[in-house]
Design a protein around this ligand. Structure first.
Ligand SMILES: Nc1nc2c(ncn2[C@@H]2O[C@H](COP(=O)(O)OP(=O)(O)OP(=O)(O)O)[C@@H](O)[C@H]2O)c(=O)[nH]1
Ligand SMILES: [Mg+2]
Length: 207
């Protein structure tokens, strides 16, 4: 993917505040601190388009970015961080389901997992939502620079088994050495070029 132009559009929590959904869209989901913002920055070759943080759970808004005037990338709020206030935690599920149900232009969601960790309940929940809203999941296992090849293989089997997917469905990535970037772009491009997914009907129903 040739990146000519990337710009922040806006932040939102609810559908009335989302930017117009006239371009195909790809969203990034995962636990707090898993590396969502780092992956977006790496994909668009920018060091700090999206703020990365050492304080997990900082991004509680849905952030929209336009790429080349052609499609939208969306940084979704992270989940699963223990220190986030309960009131904020309770908002996550409805905010996510609302977004997934309403966003008819959504073509795929990149679900990001830490190579060193077993997927949590919210990861599995997210995958189930994607299946029920017919949104293409793209599974990315990140921070691969932190483990050996052997450890990666072992973890990949556990992660795939916990999620109920084939190990071949996992895309390995590292924001440090950019391993896996081209393959992830290929998956994104193929999701972007898919025809209208089945969730446009669901969006109409709930309006
Ligand atoms: N070694 C290594 N560190 C990474 C990688 N990806 C992210 N990090 C680090 O992990 C921390 C969190 O990264 P972010 O990209 O901010 O994670 P996030 O998922 O956007 O976090 P929230 O927005 O708080 O939910 C930062 O210190 C990053 O530098 C990676 O592939 N390898
Ligand atoms: Mg972030």
């Amino acid at each position: 993917m040739l990146i000519k132009q990337v710009e922040f559009i806006k932040s939102a929590t609810k559908a009335p505040h989302y930017p117009p959904g006239d371009l195909p869209e790809i969203a990034f989901a995962g636990r707090s601190n898993v590396g969502k913002s780092s992956l977006i920055n790496a994909l668009v070759n920018r060091k700090n388009l999206v703020r990365t943080s050492s304080t997990p759970g900082r991004t509680q808004l849905i952030n929209f970015f336009n790429v080349n005037g052609q499609f939208t990338l969306v940084d979704l709020p992270g989940y699963g961080f223990a220190k986030v206030p309960l009131a904020v935690k309770k908002q996550w599920g409805p905010m996510m389901e609302h977004y997934l149900a309403k966003r008819a232009n959504l073509r795929g969601v990149i679900l990001i997992l830490d190579v060193r960790r077993i997927p949590v309940a919210e990861d599995i929940q997210m995958l189930h939502w994607l299946q029920s809203y017919a949104v293409t999941p793209i599974l990315v296992v990140t921070k691969c620079d932190k483990v050996s090849r052997n450890e990666r293989g072992r973890q990949a089997r556990i992660i795939a088994q916990t999620l109920g997917v084939a190990p071949e469905d996992l895309n390995f990535f590292s924001a440090l050495n950019k391993e896996g970037k081209d393959q992830i772009w290929q998956r994104i491009e193929s999701a972007l070029s898919e025809k209208e997914p089945g969730n446009s009907a669901a969006a109409d129903e709930t309006t």
